[in-house]
Design a protein around this ligand. Structure first.
Ligand code: MN
Length: 130
């Protein structure tokens, strides 16, 4: 469900609307499954379907999608500090974001902030990795 909301927000930001066919393509999931999920999200008041426009997020859906995207960005920002390759980072973030608790995410956010502000410490950490 998170992946859908994340994808819908990305599509809306890029094109102004989200179509099932684009969600299906971007997530690599059948259009039938996408349609099912959109109905579920609609039932939960997170998206609504507008004729001629496609799927849009409700205010609540938008808020949740925003938090999902922020979580993705925080995890990415953290892992990028250590010189990992982008493919590994993306793959790991896609896995981690489904499991990480709010409390742990906050730890990672503070760690990322702290390491970004302390170049010396970051360099020390990076040296221990190589
Ligand atoms: Mn993600």
């Amino acid at each position: 469900m998170d992946d859908y909301l994340e994808q819908i927000l990305h599509l809306i930001e890029a094109k102004g609307y989200a179509r099932a066919v684009d969600i299906s393509k971007n997530l690599g999931i059948s259009q039938a499954s996408v349609t099912n999920m959109l109905q579920r999200l609609d039932g939960e008041g997170l998206v609504k379907h507008e004729r001629y426009r496609g799927t849009v997020l409700t205010e609540q859906g938008h808020r949740i999608a925003q938090a999902i995207v922020e979580r993705h960005e925080t995890l990415t920002r953290f892992l990028r500090l250590f010189g990992l390759d982008e493919e590994t980072i993306y793959h790991d973030v896609e896995g981690m974001e489904h499991h990480v608790s709010r409390a742990t995410l906050e730890v990672i956010r503070v760690l990322a902030d702290s390491l970004e502000k302390d170049a010396e410490l970051l360099e020390k950490v990076r040296q221990r990795l190589s």
